[in-house]
Ligand binder design. Structure first.
Ligand code: SF4
Length: 287
């Protein structure tokens, strides 16, 4: 049985960078506290927990002497200030792609322009971005919510980094009806999610079974599963190698593997090795 990895899988640039920054702080002997879970992967959080990394939910929980970590989603300037006041050190692991959205929003607000961000208003990234353009920003999910916007002044339209491009462009086009001014549209979607889906789709048609490694609550992992199921009915979302049932692999000659953006490489390697060992043990059918 051959095990093939998708061309793009696992940690995106921003998550990899955030984990590396936490590892550097650990190596320097810091007591590390992350504001919100650093990544949505239980196994990786357990590994970091072994080095004393703990998650806090509010800046007020930081104690003097501790290092506070801002995760890849970023935070509002107020939350950042609060952390700077309370913590001995702040590690800002905001993904540079998110920082770009924050800066665009802040600059437009300084110019007294409206900022429309297309995304989920409850997502931490959106809460952070909105904080950079107080009293000027609106976060809307999509085209259906455009009607509820007021008349807009020289609007800037940007996006949450992980939304679908079609939703963004449709919404940006609809926003033109809300202003007599020119609408500035800046596509701030990050390609990491789409690249992983495209790579999974390309491989799914070539394999007999597919394993998607990722958290059951991770939306990008669940989307990868849906993409693989379109072409490969034997597609499974798993968190650990213990969930692989060797019976599912009877008669399988080629198995594909991909992983969500929060899945660490050590876990992917472990699962690939496990699949390879099942393949070695298995008797191929005689056809
Ligand atoms: S998905 Fe893109 S924007 Fe979000 S953390 Fe990863 S690289 Fe950064």
């Amino acid at each position: 049985m051959k095990v093939l990895l998708a061309d793009e899988y696992g940690f995106c640039f921003g998550v990899e960078r955030a984990v590396e920054m936490v590892e550097e702080a650990i190596a320097e002997g810091d007591t590390v506290r992350t504001l919100g879970p650093l990544i949505h992967n239980e196994q990786e959080m357990q590994r970091l927990g072994g080095f004393g990394v703990q998650t806090i939910s509010k800046p007020v929980q930081i104690q003097r002497g501790e290092t506070a970590v801002i995760r890849a989603h970023g935070v509002t300037p107020e939350v950042q200030d609060e952390l700077e006041k309370k913590a001995s050190k702040v590690v800002d692991a905001t993904c540079p792609f998110v920082t770009r959205v924050q800066k665009l929003a802040a600059r437009a607000a300084e110019q007294n322009r409206h900022v429309i961000v297309v995304g989920n208003p409850d997502h931490p990234e959106m809460i952070g971005v909105k904080g950079y353009a107080p009293d000027h920003a609106f976060v809307i999910n999509g085209v259906d919510e455009v009607a509820g916007l007021p008349r807009l002044r020289n609007p800037l339209v940007v996006s949450q980094t992980t939304i679908k491009a079609q939703n963004f462009f449709d919404t940006a086009a609809a926003i033109k009806s809300k202003t007599d001014d020119e609408v500035q549209v800046v596509n701030t979607i990050c390609s990491a999610t789409r690249d992983r889906q495209d790579a999974a789709r390309a491989l799914a048609g070539m394999v007999d079974a597919f394993y998607i490694i990722g958290g059951r609550h991770s939306s990008n992992s669940r989307k990868l599963l849906a993409v693989c199921l379109e072409q490969c009915p034997k597609s499974f979302l798993i968190e650990t190698d213990e969930e692989i049932n060797a019976d599912d692999l009877k008669g399988v000659k080629t198995v594909g593997v991909t992983a969500g953006a929060s899945t660490p490489n050590w876990l992917i390697d472990k699962i690939v090795k496990h699949l390879e060992s099942i393949g070695e043990d298995m008797e191929l059918p005689l056809d």
